[in-house]
Each structure stands twice: as C-alpha cells, then as structure tokens.
Design a protein around this ligand. Structure first.
Ligand code: SF4
Length: 462
C-alpha cells in the first residue's frame, strides 16, 4: 500500500502538471520529426499546445548542436525566457535534442533557467521528468542513448502538415566524419524494421497525406543489423506499394554508400521523386580525406553521371562546407569548380564550426572566420547565379506541383494585391508560388511558370 504521505505528494504533483505547452524547434528535419513525437506525447497526457510562449506553462526547446552558431541561438532564446519565468513561478522550461546529449549536465550551468533536459531517446520520458521535477524540486536530466529502440507507434504523432509526412527509418550514425557531433549525440546507427516503417507510411496515407519523406543520417546504409538483412532499395520497394501515397522522397544519402541498386529502383519507380540530396562537403580530395568522408571527388562525380544518365532531369542538391581546417585557396577553388561543373539545383552552404571533442577540432591550420566567410559569400554568389540561370530556363514552361499550403513568406513585392499565394513543389523539389485557394492543398496541379522569386518559381494555375 502507498503511504498516505506519498499519495498526497502524487496528488499535488498531478495538480501542478502543466496544462499548456509551447514547443520550439531548432535544427534539421530529424528534429522536426522528433518534435512531432514530443507533441504527441504531451497531447496524449491531456496538455494543449499554445501559439505563444507567454501563454504556456511548459516550454520545450528541441535543439541542434551541429554548429556553434546553432547552439548560441538556442542559448540566447532560452536566456530571453528568463523574464517569463520571473513572472510565472509555475513555468517549466525543458530542453531536448542534440544539445542535451552534447552538453549533458553542463547544460544547467550554461542555461540555469532549465528545469528538465532530455535526449533524443528519452522523448517518452518527458512527463516523468516533469513529475519528478515537481515532486523533488530538483532539476531532471535523462540523456542516455539506447541501443534498444522501440519505435513509437504512429498514432502518437501530432503531424505538422497534412500533405508531407516525415518518417524516421533509422537513428544514429556509424560514420565518423571528423567535424561531426552526431555519432556522439544520437548514438550508433540502428535501422527500424521495414514493417514498422511501412505501418507508419500507411498511417499517413490513412490520414490523407500524399507524400512521405524517409529520413535518417545515412539512409543508404539502412538495414544493417536487421534480421534478415535488407537494403534501402528493399525498403523503398515496400513503401512504393502503400496506396494513397503518390510521392516518396528521402534524405540524407551518403555518397560512399549510394549503390547502383538504388539508382535502378529510383528509375523504375512511379513514386520516388527525381530529386536527390547528396552531400559533397568539399571539392578537394585532400579536404575530403581529412574530413574522413570515404570518397574522392571523381567517385562522387561518376556516381552523379550515372544517376543523371539513368534518371533524366533529376535534381541534385548538396551540402558544402567552407573553412575546414587546412582548406587552402586551391581547395576552395576546387569546390567552386565542382559547383560550376555539377550546377547543383539547391545547396546548403556552411562555414566550418569547430565542435569540442571532434577530431577536426584538433586539426592544424584552423581558418580565420573572415577568410571562411569570404569563401562562403563568393560561393553563394556563384550558386545564386547558377540558380538564376536555371530558373530563367523554366519561364514559360508548365510544371506539376503538389500543393502544400498557403505561403507565409513576404510576397508583397511579387503580388500586386499583396496576398493569397499558395505553394507547392515539383517532383524535382522546386518550390512554386501561385495564386490559389486552400481547397487545392493536397492536390497535384498544373502551373504555368511566368517568373522567379529568389530560389522559387512563380506561376499561374493552368
Ligand atoms: S554521415 Fe558524417 S556528417 Fe552525416 S551524421 Fe554521420 S558522421 Fe555526421
């Protein structure tokens, strides 16, 4: 029997449990996916999401620590919550994601406002951490990484939009890129069984979703450790069979693990979109070797040739990093040469950020921020000019987009009446803005392209 004293504590904790929460997400799609899980965990406990941090009695911040800049942004956001905490003694603040596993207990010293801290494998424990915080008065932390993953059941997710659903197919990473903290913050690579992935995709189809994005740190090595062993192409073939889903995308692909089998499956598929994100990082073999990426530039380019030959019109996006330790002007020029040769359809450009504990942070020849930024800026100018040329080639053409939602960016400059844009993506993943009504959301529609707005295209309904 539970002693009366303990029953009283339990009753008090239950009374004090937060009822309204605000979830703030920083970082990559994996984090957005985790936030959908967090949302589900809290909603299933009767808590209600609110729009503003002012209205919440629980604020959870889902974080990224891949770059120092991303971390600083989070610390400054949490710092700004101090006033809210001052005015509302019941307000609890929690932090999850990679910053939790990267900083561990030290995070409480860096952000004294925090009440609970949890890693990517402890999302289900959030309510318990809150209860323990309330019962004991002590800050709570759970950042353990588990080798035993029970994949969350799809019904638990509160999805962000009703058209594209993100589905995690694996967690962690077994690669050791010398600049990256992910193997430490998300643990070793574990693949999710095919049936579990397919069930989640079916759940999305039942909810009316049209497109799935299969996500993992390195989807091309999916299947290792599963019994019987399967490959990423096997998974794609299974997902293809789910009725109601018309588009399949995936990311990220590691170039060293991209196989001919994958190219064949993409080519044969009616649903896999002709769009591939293949992070290159640098156009210099010396830099790639110091990054421990496991491929040479020529191997990367020859894989791209095969893909482009097999799948006509496929769009290629990539990540490029500038200012990696020891990067010379010649290395930088080699990266620009690859940019001109490949003419990527989309690029994520980054300055190298030194993270403590990574091998690269110990490398000789750190590049000054000024030089790195100059290289970044010049590469961005080059990329923009390539995209502008590519986009101009699209003017006057007809494309098919899957309409996703109303567009909230500032389109006043491009819209005579300053309102009413919707957006959708082509199968090649270009965003197209057009005037339309909300009933188009979730439909594939034809658009005539008449102009360009930054990286996006402008069009009219046919
Ligand atoms: S593949 Fe490399 S960059 Fe990507 S998560 Fe793994 S270690 Fe990090």
């Amino acid at each position: 029997m539970i002693p009366m004293e303990n029953l009283n504590i339990l009753a008090t904790v239950e009374d004090k449990m937060p009822s309204k929460f605000k979830l703030v997400t920083f970082g990559c799609q994996m984090n957005k996916y985790d936030s959908e899980k967090m949302n589900g965990v809290l909603v299933s406990r009767g808590m209600v999401p609110v729009e503003s941090t002012e209205d919440a009695d629980l604020i959870l911040v889902n974080t990224c620590s891949i770059r120092e800049k991303a971390e600083n942004k989070v610390f400054s956001f949490i710092g700004r919550l101090a006033d809210l905490k001052q005015n509302n003694k019941n307000l609890l603040i929690g932090l999850g994601g990679c910053m939790a596993t990267f900083n561990k207990e030290d995070i409480f010293r860096k952000a004294p406002n925090l009440d609970i801290v949890f890693g990517p494998d402890s999302i289900q424990k959030i309510p318990d951490l809150i209860s323990q915080r309330l019962a004991s008065g002590r800050k709570q932390i759970d950042v353990g990484l588990s080798d035993e993953i029970t994949w969350d059941s799809p019904e638990q997710f509160v999805r962000e939009n009703g058209v594209t659903g993100w589905v995690g197919i694996m967690k962690g990473c077994d690669n050791h890129c010398t600049y990256c903290v992910v193997p430490g913050t998300r643990g070793r690579e574990i693949s999710r069984p095919i049936e579990s992935v397919v069930n989640e995709v079916k759940d999305l189809a039942n909810r009316g979703f049209k497109e799935v994005y299969l996500i993992g740190q390195n989807v091309n090595s999916y299947g290792k450790g599963l019994s019987p062993e399967v490959t990423f192409p096997d998974l794609l073939r299974s997902v293809e069979k789910v009725e109601g889903i018309s588009r399949i995308r995936f990311m990220s692909s590691h170039p060293k693990d991209l196989t001919e089998e994958l190219i064949d499956v993409m080519k044969a598929s009616r649903k896999i979109c002709p769009s591939l994100h293949l992070p290159l990082q640098s156009g210099s073999d010396e830099v790639l070797e110091r990054m421990n990426r496991g491929y040479k530039v020529s191997e990367y380019l020859s894989k791209l040739d095969k893909i482009r030959e097999a799948i006509e019109g496929i769009s290629i996006s990539s990540d490029l990093m500038f200012g990696f330790p020891g990067e010379t002007d010649e290395d930088y020029q080699a990266t620009c040469d690859v940019m001109e040769k490949v003419r990527f359809d989309s690029l994520f450009l980054f300055n190298y950020s030194s993270r403590s504990g990574t091998p690269a942070s110990e490398h000789q020849g750190h590049i000054s921020r000024k030089v790195s930024q100059e290289r970044f800026n010049n590469a961005l100018i080059l990329h923009k000019s390539i995209i502008a040329e590519k986009n101009r080639e699209m003017e006057g053409r007809k494309v098919v987009v899957l309409c996703e939602d109303t567009y909230n960016g500032n389109m006043k400059l491009h819209s005579p009446d300053g309102k009413g844009f919707m957006y959708g993506r082509t199968r090649e993943n270009t965003m197209v803005l057009f005037k339309g009504e909300r009933h188009l959301i979730g439909q594939e529609i034809e658009i005539n392209i008449y102009g360009v707005a930054g990286y996006n295209l402008l069009g009219n309904l046919v």
